[in-house]
Design a protein around this ligand. Structure first.
Ligand code: PLP
Length: 378
């Protein structure tokens, strides 16, 4: 199997698994217990908290563990909104559904939402953001990097604008964290969502960074865990794995992402050169190191995916399965693709484990499959 779907999830790193294992077996204490097994578990959770805080230039007390990126997004947006009786929220049309649908929910509850358009590369236009700000704007939520097309957003500029206007700034950094250096203070970020399974950590665990001094109510009510802001017995093995994955990601980020960028550019160049009517989606340079997203005219991406899967290549398309029907991606439509072009999209996302040889095989197979599909008109 050639795995080119690392934006969906990544393989758990063996060293991460090794650190997690004792917390499933002999070290099974509850961090809330006062006995020595409990305090050992609490130490492990707090060790992970420090590693994650260090990795983003935050303090340990600003990290709150959640059950992943979706929960962190829901918490940030709902709690930030609930701190006000009403008000105006700014977000973009290309956010992950965890943000989009939470904003729609808040809209139903009486908040006003501005959905910013993006340019043809998927980038927020600062002048449009600036023009959208109102006296009652309470929150700006713009993702750090897009999960489909990999475009990196102007986060420092948005943070500066939000700071100057006294507006809370949340960013969904699920795809960017571990791929690009992030320093929350320098970037003016108040709230940031992260997920462990995108950086060779376990699934079902993530965190919300909450800037010191920010009054944010809890999302999950119950016990006093996470300083009474996120109730529920901690997922100790998951959190330990997240901490290990964060340390690992920071340690090898430079070399890993340089290698991925070189492979990405090689793959993209070959696809664009060797397959007629193939276009790149997303920004040519300001994109995630491992992200290639292309559209092939005259084909349906899902058919291509199935054919590639039969040949042992795991990738993703530009469509989402909503209630049984294949809808073209909202991101590709937002950057101006016609429905037909959006349906013919293919996302290939790399990891440090991919080799040039694998990419050569992938290009060969994609070429043949696209040709066949075009002949068959499907
Ligand atoms: N936000 C973005 C940008 C994502 O890519 C994802 C997952 O694909 C999520 C949020 C959801 O994260 P999780 O799978 O941890 O709930």
């Amino acid at each position: 199997m050639i795995y080119l779907d690392n934006a969906a999830t990544t393989r758990l790193a063996p060293e991460v698994l090794e650190e997690m294992l004792p917390y499933f077996s002999e070290n099974y204490g509850n961090p809330g217990s006062v006995c020595s097994m409990g305090t050992a578990a609490k130490r492990a959770v707090n060790g992970a908290r420090e590693s994650i805080a260090d990795s983003m230039g935050a303090e340990a007390g600003e990290i709150y563990f959640t059950a992943g990126g979706t929960e962190a997004d829901n918490w940030a947006l709902k709690a930030a909104a609930l701190a006000h009786k009403g008000g105006h929220i700014i977000t973009t049309r290309i956010e992950h559904h965890a943000v989009l649908r939470t904003c729609s929910y808040l809209e139903e509850k009486g908040f006003e939402v501005t959905w910013l358009d993006v340019d043809r590369y998927g980038m927020v236009r600062m002048e449009e953001l600036q023009a959208a700000v109102r006296p009652d704007t309470i929150l700006i939520s713009v993702m750090f990097a897009n999960n489909e097309i990999g475009t990196l957003e102007p986060i420092a500029e948005i943070g500066a604008l939000a700071g100057k206007r006294g507006i809370l700034f949340h960013t969904d950094a699920v795809q960017a964290y571990g791929q690009v250096p992030i320093r929350v203070r320098e970037l003016g970020i108040d709230l940031m969502s992260v997920s462990a399974h995108k950086l060779n950590g376990p699934k079902g665990v993530g965190c919300l960074y909450v800037r010191n001094g920010l009054k944010l109510g809890p999302f999950v009510h119950g016990g006093g865990q996470e300083r009474s802001r996120r109730a529920g017995t901690e997922n100790v093995p998951g959190i330990v794995g997240f901490g290990a994955a964060a340390r690992r990601a920071v340690r090898n980020m430079g070399a890993r992402t340089a290698r991925e960028t070189a492979l990405r550019d090689y793959l993209l160049e070959r696809l664009l050169k060797e397959i007629p009517d193939c276009r790149l989606n997303g920004h040519p340079r300001l994109r995630l190191p491992g992200n290639v997203n292309v559209s092939f005219s005259g084909i349906v991406g899902e058919s291509l995916l199935i054919m590639l899967d039969m040949k042992g290549i795991c990738a993703s398309s530009g469509a989402a399965c909503t209630s049984g029907a294949l809808e073209p991606s909202h991101v590709l439509l937002a950057i101006g693709l016609q429905e037909e072009e959006a349906r013919g999209a293919l996302r290939l996302t790399l990891s440090e484990e991919n080799t040039k040889q694998e990419l050569d095989i992938a290009v060969q197979e994609i070429k043949q499959c696209v040709l066949r599909l075009r002949e068959m008109h499907i």
